[in-house]
Design a protein around this ligand. Structure first.
Ligand SMILES: *[C@@H]1O[C@H](CO)[C@@H](O)[C@H](O)[C@H]1NC(C)=O
Ligand SMILES: *[C@@H]1O[C@H](CO)[C@@H](O)[C@H](O)[C@H]1NC(C)=O
Ligand SMILES: *[C@@H]1O[C@H](CO)[C@@H](O)[C@H](O)[C@H]1NC(C)=O
Length: 318
């Protein structure tokens, strides 16, 4: 027999559970502190570094080109692209996402060379996927190397802040050692240039892209929630562009960033300090924090998709 006291205790603990989970949803969790890599590089303005890619009528530059907004409406999405391609470096933009209902909307900040290498392109993606509840945007990351598009190496995260309320920094380290995805300087994913990843590791110059587009087919709940233009137009804003890369104008034979003092050997890696070649203990801890609390999908855990997991899944804890 359940006594009245037991029942009361049960009800009380149930209520306090709800209260705790509600307060967790409403208070932004405080992430661990990690090195502010984004403070180390000068900010670029749009003109000179980037050009319109598509939907020009939906692209607006403000504050002398230091801020750009991309709009998706019924007629078109929009996007811009870096004027140069880069071979390795640190790449970052601060992004503020569209408010309110945004299911089906995709905002992407990524690197790719699919125009220069249509058959064996490389790609590193941040894709922000809209949601019917305004704060629940998801972040998807992905990497393709040498046309390895048959294997999607997606990982998905919820964010620990409201990405529509303010700007947040989305940054990439890409060098010969690893690729690191960072959000507000907190690493969320590391892809080592390991033997297992050798084929699939991006290793040709890539351009930087930012786009907003209609991902109704797949972006939200596998396509169950398409874009609803009644809530549009959808506007994403970008600023704090950081590009510390080895610029490689593909019409020229070799990149211009030869490292001096290396007997003329080409060093294609301008980001060579300790902080860029491996994660610090703080960054490792920060990454654990994000991955344990906010990662909700990793291809390395998806046995229904990969009865035999890609080989790099065995290395470290992807
Ligand atoms: C834009 O740039 C011009 C010329 O450099 C400068 O005079 C002006 O104050 C700037 N305006 C803003 C809003 O930053
Ligand atoms: C690459 O260099 C060529 C020749 O100097 C120039 O015409 C072209 O605009 C450059 N392209 C980019 C993307 O900078
Ligand atoms: C990447 O390599 C470093 C150094 O070997 C290792 O400490 C780290 O755990 C690896 N990361 C992943 C995600 O496997």
């Amino acid at each position: 027999m359940v006594t009245l006291t037991q029942r009361l205790l049960f009800v009380l603990s149930f209520i306090s559970c709800i209260a705790i989970s509600m307060s967790m949803r409403h208070n932004t969790p405080i992430p661990p502190t990690t090195a502010r890599l984004t403070d180390r590089f000068p900010r670029l303005v749009f003109d000179g570094a980037f050009s319109d890619l598509f939907g020009g009528q939906n692209i607006k530059k403000t504050s002398n080109g230091s801020q750009v907004s991309l709009m998706l409406d019924k007629t078109s999405g929009s996007g811009f692209k870096s004027n140069d391609a880069y071979y390795y470096g640190f790449f970052s933009a601060a992004i503020k996402l569209p408010m309110d209902y945004s299911a089906g909307v995709v905002v992407a900040f990524y690197m790719s060379n699919s125009e220069a290498y249509p058959k064996n392109h490389d790609e590193i993606d941040f894709e922000l996927l809209g949601h019917e509840k305004r704060k629940e945007w998801a972040l998807q990351t992905n990497v393709y190397g040498d046309g390895s598009t048959g294997i999607g190496r997606e990982e998905k995260f919820f964010l620990w802040f409201d990405p529509t309320a303010d700007f947040h920094e989305y940054s990439l380290i890409w060098n010969q050692h690893h690729i690191v995805f960072l959000v507000d300087n907190l690493p969320v994913r590391e892809v080592n240039h390991s033997v297992a990843m050798a084929r699939a590791y991006p290793s040709k110059p890539m351009s930087i892209y930012s786009t907003i587009w209609d991902g109704s087919q797949w972006a939200t709940h596998g396509g169950k929630k398409p874009v609803n233009y009644k809530f549009g137009p959808f506007v994403a804003s970008f600023k704090n562009f950081l590009v510390a890369g080895c610029a490689w104008n593909q019409t020229k034979a070799a990149p211009s960033c030869t490292r001096s003092g290396q007997s003329g050997r080409l060093a294609l890696d301008p980001i060579e300090g300790d902080e860029f070649v491996k994660l610090s203990a703080d960054q490792q801890r920060g990454m654990e924090w994000v991955r344990s609390k906010f990662m909700f999908y990793s291809y390395c855990n998806d046995l229904s998709r990969f009865p035999v997991l890609p080989p790099e899944c065995k290395e470290g804890k992807q």
